[in-house]
Design a binder for this molecule. Structure first.
Ligand code: AFP
Length: 325
């Protein structure tokens, strides 16, 4: 079967893509409501199951995954999905133009303490060599982050916020809960190039490699150290929250290599976290790297692949990378 040419909006964004993002938002509004209901509707706490990453699944992880999965697969725009909570990809409509990878509820450890959580999504094109009707396989998802046609997150905090890029800058929208619609609240997010704020889980310090040890030590030395200025530290334990702060006021975020865990030296997932956040950060003028290469240039080798992540304000990321040279 031949493919139909995509219908474009005036600004060049494909109409099907807009409809797909709306589908994601419909699911996220539901997730936002359930996160808010929390104890009142019995959705806090864990299930007895583990996901493929060997992590215990929270009830809200499972619920959020189901909502997104069902709505995306029924939408008609999605050929297949991959989720942090699913072992394998799941196929949808044969005519769909897009593949969607998502982390349904990032920041699981925050769920039960009424702290920040979020949904992260990455939208990829169905590879050109796939015709409508061809089966989609895991390898179709193994595309570099640069191929993403859109990415974003919805953050469930005091307000519910969408950060979205379709490759033309980053926009923020706030959910107006009285009307149920996401309203544009920042149409051109720009990350300050310099910062005095860093985010790292310092409890892992013993297992960082030498360059990260030296970099963080110099940050902590403050005004009297080589950096000559005082740095502040923040850690939300939810990448969505940390990235959102960086989009709002700059900063550097890193989850580096763990040398003491040979079996799993990296924490963050390439397809569900690093790539979608990477595109947002780059589109807002920041930098993203593993310490060795730009995250968006990585050729993925597995669906649930994990990578080291350094991202944020351009100049600060460059300084950090200088320690890795
Ligand atoms: P989940 O995907 O299990 O919710 O984990 C969240 C996360 O991947 C990311 O959002 C945080 O930055 C990071 O883990 C927090 O990790 P620590 O618990 O090791 O600080």
């Amino acid at each position: 079967m031949r493919r139909l040419a995509p219908v474009l909006r005036e600004d060049g964004v494909e109409l099907d893509l807009i409809s797909l993002v709306r589908t994601i938002l419909a699911a996220c509004k539901d997730i936002s409501f359930r996160v808010g209901q929390a104890e009142l509707s019995g959705v806090l706490g864990s299930t007895l199951d583990e996901n493929i990453q060997g992590e215990t699944q929270k009830k809200l992880d499972v619920l959020s995954n189901q909502l997104l999965k069902d709505m995306l697969l029924e939408s008609g725009f999605v050929r297949a999905i991959a989720s942090e909570e699913e072992d394998f990809i799941v196929e949808g409509e044969h005519g769909g133009r897009f593949l969607v990878a998502f982390d349904p509820l990032d920041g699981s450890s925050n769920i039960d303490i009424n702290s920040l959580t979020g949904t992260i999504f990455s939208i990829l094109p169905v590879p050109d060599n796939k015709l409508a009707g061809d089966a989609i396989t895991e390898s179709d998802f193994l595309q570099p982050g640069r191929n993403q046609v859109a990415s974003g997150y919805v953050m469930y905090g005091p307000s519910t916020i969408l950060a979205l890029t379709t490759g033309k800058g980053v926009k923020l929208y706030t959910l107006d809960k009285t009307h149920g619609s996401f309203l544009l609240t920042n149409e051109n997010v720009s990350i300050p190039e310099e910062t005095q704020e860093f985010a790292i889980n310092a409890s892992n310090q013993h297992s960082w490699q030498a360059p990260m040890q030296r970099y963080v030590r110099d940050l902590l030395d403050g005004k009297n150290g080589v950096r000559g200025k005082r740095f502040n530290m923040r850690w939300v334990a939810c990448m969505v929250g940390d990235v959102h702060r960086i989009l709002c006021r700059g900063g550097i975020f890193t989850y580096p290599v763990h040398t003491d865990n040979q079996a799993q030296p990296h924490k963050l997932r390439l397809l569900y976290e690093a790539n979608p956040m990477g595109l947002l950060i780059e589109q807002a003028g920041g930098l993203v790297s593993t310490g060795e290469q730009n995250i968006l240039d990585i050729q993925p080798t597995e669906l649930h692949q994990r990578v080291p992540v350094i991202l944020g304000s351009k100049q600060e990321v460059q300084v950090c990378l200088g320690y890795h040279d």
